[in-house]
Write a protein that binds this ligand. Structure first.
Ligand code: SPD
Length: 294
């Protein structure tokens, strides 16, 4: 006899069963996607991990009930968190990615010819394993010889490591659960200390519509540590409000005036969202966001 779980996994009753996934942003607002098929569901030591198929966005990775990536729109976030710092730093040889267990950020980082080594520090090995299996296009560079993966707590790693980096990217989930510490001042101070003298740091910094308290606090802390802090934005359809932000934090280079000549001359980067116009435009902020970080 077929039970309901088997029916859902097979996807055969898709049009008869009306099953929807909803991520609530606030009481009264959220995003709803119809589940065509449940692909994976499991509990790691750190969080609930789910993968399902949606007819519009393709496969969707959900951690602790929050959408992390969809096949259809992941490129926006991963290109913007990676190429903005990497097109400014003139010699980004050594790059650290904290979080990013799906592999999308690493995939973009290795597109840069000057990158010699990428270290990915991810706390949850199960996220990497699930993404290798169900998101091969996103995780395709994990076996690139330039990429090293270390399963560790990013905050503990950065506090203790003797290594130094040219660019550090924090591709975290939201500031609840294991990622909470990645939004705190002590962590950002350690990042500053582990960057080379002309290093650049970019963390994802949540939605200016829905996460205003987090943004206010985060930018106040970052401005107390880095001489140059500039938020930039991108449109990610499946993230809360669609308007997403990143913090460009730098010891020396300006986010727009110092875009590397090689890229201004049009060095070919194979991207679907990022280009030089987008790079500059991303730093143009709406008034309510400027107000938030005053
Ligand atoms: N609310 C969703 C925030 C997700 C930010 N990180 C996504 C990780 C993708 N590599």
């Amino acid at each position: 006899m077929t039970n309901i779980d088997e029916v859902i996994r097979e996807g055969s009753m898709e049009d008869l069963w009306n099953i929807w996934f909803t991520e609530l942003y606030k009481k009264g607002a959220g995003l709803t996607l119809k589940i065509k098929k449940i692909i994976y569901s499991g509990q790691s030591d750190f969080q609930q991990i789910d993968v399902f198929e949606n007819s519009v966005f393709g496969r969707v990775l959900v951690l602790y009930g929050s959408i992390m990536i969809t096949e259809k729109d992941e490129f926006v976030y991963h290109e913007m968190i990676s190429h903005v710092p990497l097109c400014v730093h003139p010699s980004p040889e050594k790059v650290l990615v904290i979080g990013g267990g799906d592999g999308g950020t690493v995939r973009e980082v290795v597109k840069h010819p000057k990158v010699k080594e990428v270290l990915l520090v991810e706390i949850d090995k199960m996220v990497v394993d699930v993404c290798k299996r169900y998101f091969p296009e996103v995780s395709r560079e994990f076996d690139n010889p330039k990429v090293r993966i270390r399963y560790d707590d990013g905050a503990k790693f950065i506090a203790e490591t003797e290594e130094r980096f040219d660019v550090i990217i924090v591709d975290s989930s939201d500031p609840t659960g294991p990622a909470e510490v990645l939004f705190q001042k002590t962590f950002h101070q350690h990042i500053y200390n582990k960057l080379n003298d002309d290093g650049i740091f970019v963390p994802q910094s949540e939605s200016p519509f829905f996460n205003q308290d987090t943004i206010r606090k985060m930018y106040r802390n970052l401005k107390g540590i880095f001489p140059i802090v500039a938020p930039y934005i991108a449109f990610v359809p499946t993230y809360p409000s669609g308007l997403w932000s990143f913090a460009f934090c730098s010891k020396r280079y300006h986010p727009v005036k110092d875009i590397d000549r090689r890229y201004l001359k049009g060095i070919a980067l194979s991207t679907k969202y990022y280009n030089q116009d987008i790079h500059k435009a991303a730093f143009m902020l709406p008034n309510f966001f400027k107000e938030l970080i005053k």
